[in-house]
Design a protein around this ligand. Structure first.
Ligand code: NAP
Length: 286
């Protein structure tokens, strides 16, 4: 079993680190807000006093934080302290260019990097059933996939470093379509006077159904906007999709539209709400 260091114990990271512990790995954890590590420490994780110490005592370092600059910050703080050959696995959704830049900088220090963004949401993290898009050398990805196995439903190499993030962005384009399909459909049903629960059940079980209908639908019906995948993270990802598309002169109008609608929630101070709160934009309940 490897000595795994885990950085970022948010909605996704905490349950992922928990699965590593349950699988028998020796897990050190670090979180910017220390209280979030408590329940993992009770289950046997070691609390690292800082990132340098976590890096010194880990063979594999997994990060699941926020944006490109957050990953840059935490990885940079560890790069000088990790032993040569240490494998960095980043599971955050960030810009492919940042993943490539981190890999280059780590390689100069004899360190290895795999970008391994995930999909499957908070439920996938809790149930250990994430799909993981891996970018890196074949040998590094094989090693990363073995480590991540306790919380994986499906993990595959999709190309060199950065390709994992590109696949994740393609995934987010599809997620955006499913989300807007759910919210626009049920808001339409509500506005024309239909029973929304019945609409959710009947439409969700037919050709209009989707993962979003099954998983976000019940939250939407209960006006439960707890995380989930936050508006903050979704607009971050859509921004990355739009800039990757713009670099190629590619139009992704649906993604731009959903991003625009979600930004209305963010402007109303609802960045931490789960994305199904998009329903409230349609119902004018900001
Ligand atoms: P979250 O609940 O907001 O947690 C983010 C974590 O990152 C927190 O532990 C936070 O520390 C830490 N963090 C952020 N910036 C940091 C920095 N500069 N330095 C140190 N720590 C920092 O987010 P999440 O939902 O777990 O998402 C994490 C990543 O996974 C994101 O890239 C997201 O896009 C991706 N993702 C999320 C989901 C989902 O359904 N939630 C699904 C797929 C992918 P604090 O506790 O101190 O704030």
């Amino acid at each position: 079993m490897a000595r795994v260091g885990f950085v970022g114990l948010g909605v996704m990271g905490a349950p992922m680190a928990g699965h590593l512990l349950s699988a028998g790995h020796s897990v050190s954890v670090w979180n910017r807000t220390p209280g979030k590590a408590d329940s993992l420490v009770e289950k046997g994780a070691k609390m690292a006093p800082n990132l340098a110490s976590l890096a010194e005592n880990s063979d594999v370092i997994i990060s699941c934080v926020g944006r490109s600059e957050d990953v840059d910050q935490v990885v940079s703080a560890m790069a000088d302290c990790a032993a040569a050959g240490t494998l960095f696995i980043d599971q955050s959704t960030i810009e492919p260019a940042m993943a490539r830049s981190l890999a280059r900088r780590l390689a100069e220090k004899g360190l290895r990097f795999v970008d391994a963004p995930v999909t499957g949401g908070s439920m996938g993290a809790q149930n250990g059933a994430l799909t993981i898009f891996c970018g890196g050398s074949e040998a590094d990805v094989i090693e990363a996939i073995e480590i991540m196995a306790p919380y994986t439903k499906r993990a595959e190499r999709v190309g060199e470093v950065g390709a994992g993030q590109m696949m994740k962005l393609a995934n987010q384009v599809a997620v955006g379509g499913a989300l807007v399909g759910l919210c626009e459909s049920l808001a339409f049903a509500a506005k024309v006077g239909l029973d929304v629960e019945q609409a959710h059940s009947m439409i969700g079980g037919g050709a209009g159904g989707s993962w979003a209908f099954q998983n976000y639908g019940p939250k939407l019906l209960a006006s439960d906007w707890s995380p989930g995948f936050s508006v903050k993270n979704q607009t971050k990802d859509f921004g990355y999709c739009e800039s990757a598309a713009a670099d190629l002169g590619l139009e992704i109008p649906m993604t731009a539209l959903v991003n625009e609608l979600l930004k209305r929630l963010a402007d109303a101070g609802r960045e931490e709400d789960t994305t199904a709160a998009l329903y409230d934009v349609y119902l004018d309940r900001l």
